[in-house]
Write a protein that binds this ligand. Structure first.
Ligand code: CP
Length: 323
């Protein structure tokens, strides 16, 4: 049992993909795909009468809006929380904010914060029946992004990841997406995962989960099936980690010419928002091998599956007995 899994093996919060049992992870992906396949009919009204609050202390477009869309499609009310106009500006703590909104009979909280462990800290004090979903905490984890990336990969490459060669490129050091993707790829048995980026943007060896890394993108991209590009996270960087954006693009930008070195039919993922012309060129971002908008679209059913598993009386991310 962990904070996020109860003694019956059911998901109680979603804080990280690290250590999530494979059947739970696959159960969420299967449910998201079923929601897509039936046009959302099986999910309609599943959370009627419930309320979900998007508690974001950092900017977001796709995560916040797709959680809102997901909750609405499940029939839940959605309470948007704007940190800049909230009583946190008067010094109210995140814990008191949670308790205040819980007192309004809200049981689902989607939390983004620049502090690592922020969602877990709220999960530790949440009332019984309250579910906390980590929508990104510092550099640590972005579990629903990891899930939607895995769903996009399944759709493009099938369920068996054992033959896949995956390359993760860029600012691994600051990327919670990279950490969640590495956790998910490991759980799902990806054949080969490599990292590539400048020395200054690689994390500490202990954080890389044993994944090999390279500095030369032209060599590292050779023959890979999946290229996962990462955003250069200038808001989390100290000065001087990259020489210049132009130099970064020359060495690590995904151009159409570089992509031709990957395996035929290779797919490109980027969590967004993209720094076009820095880590990825327009021709690739908008090209036929790009899954970028498919990733965004998959965010809604994935987040529906997560909300349903956590908040519906019958929801469970565990497989049904005998399934
Ligand atoms: N991928 C992602 O988390 O995007 P947002 O910051 O727009 O939510």
């Amino acid at each position: 049992m962990t904070v996020q899994i109860d003694s019956q093996g059911r998901l109680r919060h979603l804080l990280t993909l690290d250590g999530l049992p494979r059947p739970v992870l696959e159960g969420l992906l299967d449910r998201a795909q079923a929601i897509i396949d039936d046009g959302g009919r099986s999910a309609r009204g599943r959370l009627a009468g419930q309320a979900v609050c998007t508690l974001f202390f950092e900017p977001s477009t796709r995560t916040r809006l797709s959680f809102q869309r997901a909750a609405q499609r499940l029939g839940a009310d959605v309470l948007g929380f704007d940190a800049s106009t909230s009583s946190t500006t008067k010094g109210e703590t995140a814990a008191d904010t949670l308790r205040t909104i819980e007192a309004m009979d809200v049981r689902g909280f989607v939390v983004r914060d620049r502090a690592e462990g922020a969602a877990a800290a709220l999960a530790a004090i949440a009332a019984p029946g309250t579910a906390i979903i980590n929508a990104g905490d510092g550099r640590s984890a972005h579990p629903t992004q990891g899930l939607l990336d895995m769903l996009s990969l399944r759709q493009a490459k099938g369920h068996d990841f054992s033959g896949l060669k995956v390359l993760v490129v860029g600012d691994v050091r600051h990327s919670r997406v990279a950490r969640s993707d590495l956790h998910a790829l490991r759980i799902l048995g990806a054949g080969e995962v490599r990292l590539c980026g400048p020395e200054s943007l690689l994390p500490a060896p202990a954080e890389m989960q044993g994944t090999p890394f390279a500095h030369d993108l032209d060599e590292a991209i050779e023959g890979v099936d999946v290229v996962m590009m990462l955003r250069l996270q200038r808001e989390r960087m100290v000065e001087g980690l990259v020489e210049s954006l132009e130099a970064y693009h020359r060495r690590y930008g995904l151009t159409a010419a570089r992509l031709r070195r990957a395996a035929p039919g290779a797919v490109v993922l980027h969590p967004g928002p993209m720094n076009r012309g820095v880590e990825i060129d327009d021709e690739v971002a908008d090209g036929p091998q790009s899954l970028v908008l498919q990733q965004v679209a998959n965010g809604v059913p994935v987040r529906m599956a997560v909300l349903e598993a956590l908040l519906s009386a019958t929801g469970s991310a565990s497989p049904a007995p005998g399934s």
